[in-house]
Design a protein around this ligand. Structure first.
Ligand code: NAP
Length: 258
């Protein structure tokens, strides 16, 4: 199997695309760490826990965790680790890194597949708040993850860090997706900067750019785009697996399905 004995982090695995990637990596033999964002209500609980106890999963966000485990065929905890924290925040991404370092020491692959929706609207209707939300959720989140997780990558040429993006950014096929275009283009830049920073290091940094609407394999359509043709996330999973198991380096791999 392509990822036998490899350890991989897949963020955003509770989401549509991330679930497909997580399944492909599990099927390829990897041990997976899929962090779960905790519910806001659990934040105060986390804050009250002494520092030395932070390195273990908390029994919160149970619904998301159970849903992900079921969707992935209920693998045992040795194959699928689901630590809970708000890894989209600066502090949470550091906590995640600390957890992974203590429990797994190092990882072979990271797939950063986070983001979700942005406020929809044409560019001339974008508000400052909507812009800030899109940049925070889709751009800053990726930068914080890279800062926290790149240092965990094994110092080997086989190691890889893949950022999942969308095509809106190099073209804007729907005017109301203005903030998708703006935030995706910013992430393209972040990936270029990360590639430049790690060029002298063995780890491979790549971007997987999706040009299609993607759905869960178990569903008929993407709930955000009802009635629009959608492709199963397993196709993205297969492509992400090829990148991790292959020799891609400093590449933008385009998966344009339409
Ligand atoms: N689905 C598509 O049609 C499509 C097409 C092209 C590109 N993409 C790209 O694929 C990536 C994932 O998209 P998706 O459709 O799988 O998204 P999704 O279903 O909304 O899932 C987003 C995932 O990211 C997590 N996340 C982490 N930080 C977040 C934040 N600040 N705001 C919102 N979510 C956050 C979510 O966690 P929670 O579960 O805790 O919310 C969830 O696991 C994105 O980069 C997107 O641009 C998707």
């Amino acid at each position: 199997m392509a990822l036998q004995d490899k350890v991989a982090i897949v963020t955003g695995a509770t989401g549509i695309v991330g679930e497909g990637i997580a399944r492909a990596f599990l099927d390829a033999g990897a041990t997976l760490i899929c962090p779960i964002r905790r519910r806001a209500a659990a934040a105060s609980l986390w804050g009250s826990i002494p520092d030395q106890l932070l390195v273990r999963p908390l029994a919160c966000s149970a619904g998301k965790e159970a849903g992900l485990r079921a969707a992935l065929g209920s693998p045992d905890t040795a194959r699928l680790d689901t630590p809970v924290d708000d890894y989209s925040s600066a502090e949470g991404s550091k906590q995640l890194a600390r957890y992974v370092q203590v429990k797994h020491r190092a990882v072979d692959h990271v797939v950063a597949c986070t983001g979700g929706m942005v406020p929809m609207g044409a560019l001339t209707t974008v508000t400052a708040a909507g812009f800030s939300q899109a940049m925070h959720d889709r751009v800053l989140g990726q930068i914080l993850l890279a800062q926290a997780l790149v240092p965990l990558l094994r110092d080997e040429a086989g190691s890889s860090y893949t950022v999942i993006t969308g095509r809106l950014g190099e073209m804007c096929s729907m005017p109301e997706g203005a903030l998708f275009a703006v935030s995706n283009a910013a992430v393209y830049g972040a990936v270029l900067a990360l590639q430049a920073e790690l060029r002298s290091r063995p780890q491979r940094i790549n971007e997987l750019r999706i040009g299609a609407v993607v759905r869960r394999d178990s569903e008929e359509e993407n709930p955000h785009f009802p009635g629009v043709k959608a492709h199963p996330a397993s196709l993205v999973g297969a492509e992400a697996l090829k990148i991790a198991a292959g020799s891609h380096s400093d590449e933008v791999v385009r998966l344009y399905l339409d």
